[in-house]
Ligand binder design. Structure first.
Ligand code: ATP
Ligand code: MG
Length: 295
């Protein structure tokens, strides 16, 4: 792939520079619909971009897209076009707040929810061909347990599971963790409590999930924090902007910015794990290249 706007030599040079820059890849998932995956991934990505990182947000919600809607962006191409071969991945990227690079998903395109394994793998590999500077890749996954959710989550190094304190959310999060750990080799999970309504709710929700996972699964869970229920967040959605930008002093904004600051300290990959992964070439490059590892 190469961009007509940039000369081949410049693209090759950018590729060489990127080889020694590992990318932190965070998949935001949760099992149940409507728990806040898009809200968390969008605000996390924007907060990290505002803090100076080069961030790319991928809307991998292949059935019903909404990152572009949430942010009021006008998009020409989306992942559906990339998969159909109508455009290249770089053509689909749009720039959002704070220079955030966004890859929009196809809205309501049914075929997108039923990608073949080869198409999913092709999509993941297409990211390796990008010459864009990326420190952090945030992936907003769809609800449920279908193949694309599993593939994209497995291909990330950090899995952020968004959970609300209600039985359906807890059950679905457990089912997701179970499938990913037993069948796909994902053993570490960050648990984020969303829409909490009292202090202490997040840690106790984490305890609930930990207890059942410790009993039946071979996994390591970490508590990524809580984001309180906040009407300002809903108002921000109506204004088609992220709450961290629209209402920076609101309680949800503070929590989301704290999450971003913590996520910035999560480790970057040290080497490939042997299955399909985003930016795997950059990991291999990072091991032999100069040390530019983020904190
Ligand atoms: N902390 C919060 N406080 C108040 N409202 C919230 C909070 N988090 C999410 N919401 C609201 O809940 C609704 C669902 O959120 P969101 O779209 O982020 O969920 P989702 O998990 O991405 O859903 P889907 O599974 O449909 O993709 C939205 O209206 C959003 O504004
Ligand atoms: Mg969503």
């Amino acid at each position: 792939m190469h961009d007509a706007k940039l000369p081949r030599e410049r693209i090759d040079e950018l590729h060489r520079l990127n080889e020694s820059r590992p990318v932190k890849v965070v998949a935001v998932t949760g099992g149940k619909g409507g728990v806040g995956k898009t809200t968390i991934s969008t605000n996390l990505a924007i907060s990290m971009a505002a803090a100076g990182r080069d961030v790319m947000l991928v809307d991998a919600d292949l059935g019903l897209a909404n990152v572009d809607v949430v942010l009021g962006l006008h998009t020409r191409f989306h992942l559906g076009h990339v998969i159909n071969g109508d455009c290249r991945l770089e053509d689909a990227i749009v720039t959002g707040p704070h220079g955030l690079q966004i890859v929009p998903a196809a809205s309501g395109v049914k075929r997108m929810a039923n990608l073949s394994v080869a198409e999913q793998a092709g999509l993941i590999r297409a990211f390796s061909d990008l010459y864009h500077r990326v420190d952090v890749l945030v992936i907003d996954t769809a609800a449920g347990l279908h193949d694309s959710v599993i593939t994209f989550t497995q291909a990330a190094q950090h899995v952020l599971v968004v959970v609300c304190d209600e039985p359906a959310s807890i059950t679905d999060a457990y089912a997701l963790i179970k499938v990913l750990s037993r069948e796909h080799g994902v053993q570490r999970f960050q648990i984020l409590a969303n829409q909490t309504r009292r202090s202490g709710e997040g840690p106790s929700l984490f305890q609930k999930i930990s207890r059942v996972c410790d009993r039946f699964l071979n996994v390591t869970l970490e508590f990524a924090g809580s984001v309180p229920y906040d009407d300002y967040l809903r108002r921000a959605v109506q204004r088609q902007s992220a709450v961290v930008d629209a209402y920076p002093a609101s309680i949800s904004s503070m929590a989301l910015k704290n999450l971003a600051a913590r996520a910035d300290k999560w480790s970057v990959p040290q080497g490939a794990r042997g299955h399909l992964e985003f930016f795997v070439e950059r990991m291999v490059g990072a091991r032999i290249g100069p040390s530019t590892v983020l904190q």
